[in-house]
Design a protein around this ligand. Structure first.
Ligand code: FES
Length: 80
């Protein structure tokens, strides 16, 4: 297992430890996961796949619950 994994969050390369959730990687960059219909920044709340507040685009797939996904090498993540 590699000691570090590199993912891209909103175009910014980020090195994380294996086992890091995508939600945690997004938080490390200081951005939010998505913007609500009212224009408010939203980020992980429950951390267990129930609230859907952590949704973001992962490898081009929108509305992924990032708290339930682990970072993989080369993963592309975008706030939505
Ligand atoms: S933080 Fe609640 S579903 Fe991901």
């Amino acid at each position: 297992m590699p000691e570090r994994i590199t993912v891209t969050v909103n175009g910014q390369p980020l090195s994380v430890a294996p086992g890091t959730s995508v939600a945690a990687a997004i938080m490390m960059t200081g951005v939010h996961c998505r913007t609500s219909v009212a224009g408010e920044p939203r980020s992980p709340l429950c951390g267990m796949g129930i609230c859907f507040e952590c949704r973001a685009m992962v490898n081009g797939l929108p509305h992924c619950r990032t708290c339930q996904m682990l970072c993989e090498p080369g993963m592309e993540v975008r706030s939505q």
